[in-house]
Write a protein that binds this ligand. Sequence first.
Ligand code: APR
Length: 321
Amino acid sequence: MGRNKIAVIGGGQIGGVIAQLAALKQLGDVVLFDIVEDMPQGKTLDIAEASKVDGFDVNVKGTNSYKDIAGSNIVIITAGLPRKPGMSRDDLLVTNAKIMRSVAEGVRDNAPGSIVIIISNPLDAMVTLFKNISGFPPNRVMGQAGVLDSSRFATFIAWELGVSVKDVNALVLGGHGDTMVPLTRYANVNGIPVPELLERKYKNKEKAAQVMKDMVERTKAAGGEVVKLLKTGSAFYSPASSAISMTEAIIYDEKRVLPVCAFLQGEFGVSGYYVGVPAVLGAAGVERIIELTLNNEEKSLFDNSVNAVKTLVADMERLGL
Ligand code: APR
């Protein structure tokens, strides 16, 4: 068995960091594709020239030809415009759907056996479009959102409680938009519920609830917070790391339980849509979706988020994208 081959489609901010991380971690040979001439070749040359210093021994190649992604077992898609300040992810629909269409054809025709992780926004619509055009089975087409949204939530909890983020477990479900659902009840620090720790810290139920609510709101708006600061683009380090952790789960068959934008076929009462839910990631891609009990409030927030995804997909169809 040869090395893994990881293709990254879109050599912009996120794509460049993914290529570098994949090389540093020696996940496999890396191909960085972009339509812009010379740019992916330049980035990969730059990354490769650090191989001696960093001590990695994989090939990193930039290209403008889909033929070079042949034989990839993992394809990570970051092609598409990022947000500008004031934009929602959904504002990217028309432009990025056109891009995704060409990317899906390129991947379908050149890496037909690959497992695909999509990052381009608006995520839930882009994943749907990729699946429809490629005809790939749902276990091999997924989106990255929940790993990052959950990491953001966990980071805010760790800062608030003054504990290591490594000990914080937090889960964000639903679509990757303003309606996403950070689950407060399941958030914990090594098994100890976060709401309880907040109540102990503040000795006041209302204050604790307010602090939790603020963290939830910050999580939902976290992508926009970065966009507002950067002014010229959106988050790229953290989305890249998130896609890499999903890639590791797949290539090492880890059976990790991660929140993934996955195709639902009856789970959570939803059929035929991509929504963020906990899933087991292993060698086959999305191997299983893990259902959990939601209380009435969580269920209604989740349903609201699913409805936002349905509207986005309907818009895409209505616009003939
Ligand atoms: N095929 C391949 N690549 C393309 C295409 C295409 N048809 N059209 C554009 N690209 C490339 C651009 O040339 C650019 O290099 O996609 C890259 C996108 O990079 P950035 O603009 O730096 O955007 P980035 O921050 O990496 O975000 C990419 O991920 O999180 C989402 O909202 C974000 O949709 C955006 C995507």
